[in-house]
Each structure stands twice: as structure tokens, then as C-alpha cells.
Ligand binder design. Structure first.
Ligand code: C5P
Length: 228
């Protein structure tokens, strides 16, 4: 039986957030952002282990108490220069068979919910390749000319916004990422480059990536409302 394992790349600096502390450690509803992402993954009983990839120079992780997650949580200080390298380095360290499923989830998506996680596992576990949470694009899209003006309108039909987790078999993901450029921003892109077609699974708007300072307020509202 294939196991489910989560891998959380958390070795970024989050420079767009403009804070001194890396964004995954910024407080949201009283806890570091990454705590919420880990909590959601650990609360899913089908996920056997949650590995977190930290920067080798991470000076924050040890300052928090993670004991509530017990033995299922494993920090790995093997982060790389880019997200793809962090994931790749993490995959080399984790205890998994080639056919085990790995769910790669951004530390910067703290509002992932249980239903979306279950939907992803239910819909993808019968697939050969794997898949990802994503949202059909709702807005009209414009391509910019590089000078702040519209160059063209991009038809939004059949366009989806990729989210995480992205779920692939350990062996395939390692193979795909080893061949991908280090700037590759998601796992699915690396798998697509091998000629495969990952499954798109409906995500949720609340599972957005906290990137800009104003995103924090929205994430905090979502997390606080779930406690009520
Ligand atoms: O920077 P961005 O928001 O795209 O990062 C997405 C995720 O990848 C974050 O959880 C971040 O910590 C992680 N990351 C990483 N190693 C890097 C860069 C980003 O683990 N070198």
C-alpha cells in the first residue's frame, strides 16, 4: 500500500513580505504562519509523516514548541537556493518508497482546509501520475507590456491557478525535479515537462499563498473565523 507523506518547503526568506523575520514565521492568529500549515497536515490521519524543509541557517524553528505534533513531524535543515532545490533536497532525505505519495505544500499557505486535502487524496490516489489543487481562473486576464499598459487580453477558459498541495509519487517527483530547472516554481511543472498530464483537483480560494503584506490580514480573518 502506498503511504501519504507531506513535505513542506519552508526555506524561503519571503522578501516580498518586506519583514525582517522570514514570512513563514510571521505571527498569524497568535502562531507562526507555518504552524497553521503543519497543523492542517498533521490533523489529517491519512498523512503518516510531515517533513519540513528549513534553511541550513534557520535560526527560528528551535524557538517554538512543536511537541503537540509529536513524532509525525520531522524538520530537515537541507533547504536550497530555490523552492525546487529545497523540495529536491528534502525528497532525498525522507524515508519513502518510490510509489509512496508525497504531498508538497507551501509553508506560506496556512489556510489549507481538511476538505480540500481529502478531495486531493481521494481524486488523485487512483491516478498513475498525480495531481494538484487548483482553482479555475475567475477574473479576466491581461498581459502587461512591461510599461504598465495592457498588451493583450488572455482568454481565461481552461486556465487554472495552481495551488498546493501537489501530490506525486516519490520516485516520479525525484526524477522530474532532478531534470527541472532550479527556477521551477511547482512540482507539477516538472512532471509536465516529462510529458505527463497531472490531474487538476478543485481547491479553495482560502488556500491562497500569503505573499504580500495585505494577505496576512485576510489569512488571519480566515483562521480566526474557523476557531469560532
Ligand atoms: O517564495 P514563495 O512564496 O514562492 O515560496 C513558496 C514556498 O517555498 C514557501 O513555503 C517558501 O518558504 C519555500 N521556499 C523554499 N526554499 C527556497 C524558496 C522558497 O523552501 N529557496
Amino acid at each position: 500500500m502506498s503511504r501519504y507523506i507531506a513535505l513542506v518547503p519552508a526555506a524561503g526568506t519571503g522578501s516580498r513580505m518586506g519583514t525582517e523575520i522570514p514570512k513563514q514565521y510571521g505571527l498569524l492568529a497568535g502562531k507562526p504562519m507555518i504552524h497553521h500549515a503543519i497543523g492542517a497536515l498533521c490533523s489529517c490521519s491519512r498523512i503518516e509523516r510531515v517533513y519540513v524543509v528549513l534553511s541550513p541557517s534557520d535560526a527560528h524553528w528551535d524557538g517554538y514548541d512543536w511537541s503537540e505534533f509529536g513524532e509525525r513531524l520531522y524538520p530537515l535543515k537541507v533547504g536550497g537556493e530555490t523552492r525546487a532545490l529545497s523540495v529536491m533536497n528534502g525528497l532525498k532525505e525522507i524515508d519513502a518508497d518510490s510509489r509512496d505519495w508525497v504531498l508538497v505544500h507551501d509553508a506560506a499557505r496556512p489556510c489549507i482546509d481538511h476538505d480540500s486535502l481529502s478531495r486531493l487524496m481521494d481524486e488523485v490516489s487512483g491516478e498513475d501520475v498525480g495531481g494538484l489543487l487548483a482553482l479555475p481562473v475567475a477574473d479576466t486576464l491581461k498581459r502587461e507590456d512591461g510599461r504598465g499598459r495592457v498588451l493583450e487580453t488572455v482568454p481565461r477558459s481552461h486556465l487554472w491557478q495552481a495551488q498546493t498541495p501537489q501530490m506525486f509519487r516519490h520516485g516520479m517527483l525525484q526524477d522530474a525535479l532532478s531534470k527541472a530547472p532550479k527556477e521551477q516554481t511547482d512540482e507539477a511543472g516538472a512532471v509536465e515537462a516529462l510529458g505527463f498530464f497531472p490531474r487538476l483537483v478543485q481547491g479553495s480560494p482560502s488556500n491562497f499563498k500569503v505573499t504580500w503584506p495585505q494577505d496576512r490580514e485576510i489569512a488571519e480573518l480566515i483562521l480566526t473565523s474557523r476557531r469560532c
